[in-house]
Design a protein around this ligand. Structure first.
Ligand code: UD1
Length: 422
């Protein structure tokens, strides 16, 4: 029970190193189940979701240590194909343990992941993909059981480029008999990182980063040492934070090519950005300009995971903008909270109509999900007065001590115990 207390209105300035990617690390940790022995995975951030993933792996029989951004994972004694209900409910992404467990044991049991704060989030593409590889799937109100004699390669066409389904199918197919081709695959950098990791263990996969991924099944994988890519969503959040506070920051350890769409949009808004190898310089002195329309879409387009943060910036623009969310069907819960801080945003189905205001004002707000929570922190850093952000366990799922990241940049932000209301 903690909250963040922010004294806003100070421009951010300084240099920050970007931590490892949550969305790359999670499937990579799951994929360790595919090879018996000791894996060493570096640049794994200290986040709640990572800790839940490690808890699940321990519950399955792994030994796992996480210190200094390095996970040492021994998978030799894995003895269960059953993900405990409590842990499954804590992290929806545990769905992509299905692929590796099916490949390892020929069976897997999970609990229905249930609803989600950002939309309905179906799992039909995961299940159909595994079925195509030969799995028999038994779905009940509570559980999903999958079993297979021998996974067999197949041509799979995804109706939409789901990140999780692409990863699940890659992991299930890596040791299947024959060749699997995933058409309309997701192209996110985290998929390429998973391919690189699997290939480092001895897999034969190509095409990640394009919409066609080809997986030639291999007999065996061997543990390896691997370093996870930096978190492009954390980097994008910080770039937008610099812009909302009219600050000047430098991001290190972040390849700008993963942020092409974000850089493009920020430049349209008037933010000055300069890049070198793995450094991004961000500077914003003036009030942001409005944009006619920004649409979130799968990579390489503008990411849904930065939509809420971008809305804060457009809330402060000198004019009217439209932000359209096309990836998730319920990802606008931050609109009411931002309006309570003085923003002028009207939501109509999947579009937000944003009339820029000169200032936001601090008040007490609630993080409803991970990225919405990050957006409220950005709003607090820009706002006049004090902002209190509650329900910050959502933020801890994806940012490694967000207050310390912003303190390094001169932000006045503290984590405090939340005294329960009586
Ligand atoms: C991943 C990311 C998340 C990001 C999202 C989109 C991780 C751990 N999470 O989530 O941060 O916001 O990609 O970039 O990597 N869908 C179906 N059926 C399915 C699967 C998905 O209809 O079987 C729909 C979803 O409801 C959603 C859309 O596809 O509307 C995209 O979802 P998906 O790409 O699968 O996102 P995740 O892998 O869950």
């Amino acid at each position: 029970m903690e909250k963040l207390v922010i004294e806003g209105g100070r421009p951010l300035s300084g240099t920050v190193q970007i931590h490892g990617s949550k969305n790359a690390a999670l499937p990579i940790l799951a994929a360790c189940l595919l090879a018996d022995g000791i894996h060493v995975i570096e640049n794994v951030p200290k986040l709640l979701d990572i800790e839940v993933m490690l808890e699940i792996l321990r519950a399955l029989g792994c030994r796992a240590e996480h210190a200094d951004e390095r996970v040492i994972l021994d998978t030799a004694d894995v003895n269960s194909h059953h993900i405990p209900e409590k842990l499954m409910r804590q992290m929806r992404s545990s769905i992509f343990l299905m692929g590796p467990l099916l490949a390892r044991f020929g069976k897997v049991q999970i609990y229905q992941p249930g609803g989600c704060a950002i939309g309905s989030r179906k799992i039909d593409l995961h299940l159909r993909g595994l079925e195509s590889l030969g799995a028999v799937i038994d779905v009940s109100a509570d559980t999903i059981k999958c079993s297979v004699e021998k996974l067999k390669g197949e041509d799979i066409l995804l109706d939409l480029p789901s990140v999780g389904a692409t990863e699940n199918i890659m992991m299930a197919a890596v040791m299947a008999e024959g060749t699997t081709t995933i058409h309309n695959a997701a192209r996110e950098p985290e998929i390429t990182d998973l391919q690189n990791f699997l290939n480092a263990m001895g897999a034969d996969i190509s095409g990640a980063g394009t919409d066609t991924i080809i997986i030639h099944g291999v007999a065996k994988l061997t543990p390896c040492l691997y370093r996870v890519i930096p978190d492009r969503i954390v980097a994008g959040t910080l770039m937008i934070a610099a812009a909302v506070t009219r600050g000047t920051i430098t991001l290190r350890n972040m390849d700008p090519k993963y942020l092409t769409a974000v850089i493009h949009v920020l430049k349209r808004v008037g933010v000055q950005i300069r890049t070198e190898d793995d450094i991004i310089y961000v500077n914003c002195m003036n009030r942001p300009k409005p944009v006619d329309q920004i649409v979130t879409s799968p990579y390489p387009a503008f990411p849904t995971d930065l939509q809420a943060q971008m809305m804060v910036l457009l809330s402060l623009a000198d004019g009217f903008s439209i932000l359209k969310e096309t990836v998730f069907d319920g990802r606008f819960k931050h609109v009411d909270e931002l309006n309570r801080m003085g923003a002028d945003i009207r939501q109509d189905w999947n579009s937000a109509f944003i009339r820029g205001v000169p200032r936001l004002y601090g008040t007490t707000v609630e993080a409803t999900d991970l990225r919405a929570g990050a957006a409220l922190v950005l709003a607090g850093l820009a706002a006049a007065g004090t902002t209190v952000v509650e329900q910050i366990q959502h933020i801890d799922r994806g940012y490694d001590r967000i207050e310390e990241i912003f303190q390094q940049l001169g932000g006045q932000i503290q984590r405090c115990a939340l005294i329960p209301k009586v």
